[in-house]
Design a protein around this ligand. Structure first.
Ligand SMILES: [Zn+2]
Length: 122
């Protein structure tokens, strides 16, 4: 199995409802997002996919999150924009966007601070 990983980031605001803690107040994070894709096979050129192509898919998803109030987005209408749900949302959107049966989005990690992250495995 081959695995590629790209790291990106976005800045946004959120507010977690039904949660008692610092995140119930409106505030922002600079999220660092790690995306992993896997494939059993590589092309004749020896690659899973071009990193530039992968980054283009990832950046398109980030563009919809960057500098937004996440609670207002359709994706978080019925669920809190927690790092857990952000990781899942990014993974699901990327899977649709990449749309290649050979290439699976295997993991997305959302870092909301230097020491805290949530990972989603589709
Ligand atoms: Zn927060």
């Amino acid at each position: 199995m081959y695995e590629l990983k790209v790291i990106t980031s976005f800045s946004a605001a959120h507010q977690l409802k039904e949660f008692e803690g610092a995140c119930e107040n409106l505030h922002g994070h600079n999220w660092k997002i790690e995306v992993y894709v896997t494939s059993k096979n590589i092309s004749e050129a020896g690659i899973v996919m071009d990193f530039r192509v992968l980054k283009k898919h990832v950046n398109a998803v980030m563009a919809d999150l960057d500098h937004k109030f996440l609670n207002d987005l359709e994706a978080f209408k019925d669920q809190n924009p927690s790092s857990e749900n952000i990781a899942r949302c990014v993974a699901e959107r990327l899977s649709v966007s990449i749309d290649d049966p050979e290439i699976k989005v295997s993991r997305v990690t959302a870092w909301e601070s230097e020491n805290s992250c949530a990972t989603y495995y589709p």
